[in-house]
Design a protein around this ligand. Structure first.
Ligand code: SF4
Length: 381
């Protein structure tokens, strides 16, 4: 069931300051057109080499490590791995940043990833190339309106996607990422919980369909995945009959229905490695292609279509906020200490609980614990 009565339209095209104010909330986010205007120019080969050298030196000098998402520029993915950092999905980014001994984390991704790193490591300095790099899911779920929505469902367990502000996480019982959402909601459902889900409605609907859980949804969407089109994908499949289709569950349901594998960025990487095919059609941010191609030489990866041939405009399948991250920004924040993430300590205390639950749950699941037993152990809401 989608409850929209109290929810205003989601706005992506206006600068939006969370009702809770800048500190510890969405703050400073910028709209898509502003984000595209702030995407750093591609450096020349000589500039790229010089910037990479500068970052390598600064990482050592500042006792820092790079934590990059699969959707950012290939330079930031490669340099993170080369220097002992990580390129991963948001769950592994959180875990890696928490467990690493470096005093400074340089998070290349979007703001909620930096906030999550700070919540888990309040004693570390967390820097980002551009603090205004946001996410349509985060922008479309302001904390005051979300809190009012939760108040209307006091008997529901509040499960929020990681793509939310610290203030929204603080209102949640559980935080999840796309790589663990199914397991956590299934375990909650088996324990008799009804779920209030936010903010991605497509991922929520997919989880509801997979688990049979009783859920109410906040009506948000990812502006990148929302653009994939089922009709054109079906035609592309016909043109490539041997290709397997890999889909991120933030995509619309009719696109998910055409998938051979559905899952998080990590699950997509796994499927590309393990499925018996040489060609793949991929419905997720185009930043993912770098890792897919690097890890699967000899296989072909084709972007899923975002609009029909007759359309006047096609999406580029790339997140404008992820695109705001660049080598020059990483070098600059390391040099100056600018763009440090700040989260109110009181908010950290409240937002950390549901994140820790997620991390404890996934760690125990990896260790072989039964999900139901784990929920009881954690005393989850
Ligand atoms: S790709 Fe979508 S979900 Fe990911 S940060 Fe961008 S807008 Fe948010």
């Amino acid at each position: 069931m989608t409850d929209t009565a109290a929810i205003r339209s989601v706005e992506y095209e206006q600068p939006l300051v969370d009702a809770a104010g800048a500190a510890g909330a969405t703050g400073g986010a910028c709209a898509t057109r502003q984000a595209w205007a702030r995407v750093p120019p591609e450096p020349s080969a000589a500039e790229r080499a010089a910037l990479k050298d500068r970052v390598r030196r600064l990482l050592k000098e500042k006792d820092a490590v790079m934590v990059s998402h699969y959707y950012v520029h290939p330079d930031l993915q490669d340099l993170a791995e080369e220097t002992g950092g990580i390129v991963s999905d948001s769950l592994e980014m959180a875990r890696f940043g928490r467990d690493h001994t470096a005093r400074t984390l340089v998070v290349s991704g979007v703001r909620f990833m930096g906030e999550t790193a700070k919540i888990l490591s309040p004693g570390k300095t967390v820097l980002m190339p551009d603090l205004d790099a946001s996410c349509s899911l985060d922008l479309g779920c302001p904390s005051a309106a979300f809190s009012a929505f939760c108040d209307r469902y006091p008997d529901h367990t509040v499960v929020v996607y990681a793509n939310t502000s610290a203030a929204v996480k603080a209102r949640a019982d559980w935080v999840v990422t796309s790589s663990c959402a199914l397991d956590i909601v299934r375990a909650l459902k088996d324990a008799g919980h009804r779920i209030l889900w936010a903010p991605d409605r497509h991922l929520g609907a997919y989880i509801e369909q997979q688990t049979g859980a009783e859920m109410v949804f906040w009506p948000g969407a990812c502006i990148v995945h929302d653009e994939f089109k089922a009709l054109e994908l079906a035609l592309l499949k016909q043109a490539h009959p041997g290709a397997k289709v890999l889909v991120h569950p933030e995509s619309p349901a009719d696109v998910v229905d055409l998938a051979d594998a559905v899952g998080s960025t990590s699950a997509i990487l796994k499927a590309a490695r393990e499925l018996d095919a040489r060609e793949f059609i991929v419905a997720t941010d185009s930043g993912m292609m770098h890792k897919l191609r690097a890890l699967n030489p000899g296989k072909t990866f084709i972007a899923a279509p975002t609009a029909g041939e007759g359309a006047t405009c096609k999406s580029c399948t790339h997140c404008p906020w992820m695109a705001m991250n660049g080598l020059a920004g990483v070098a600059q924040v390391l040099e100056t200490g600018a763009n440090a993430i700040q989260v109110d300590p009181a908010l950290i205390a409240r937002a950390r609980r549901p994140i820790d639950r997620m991390l404890d749950f996934t760690a125990a699941l990896r260790g072989g614990s039964a999900p139901g037993a784990l929920l009881a152990h954690l005393g989850a809401a």
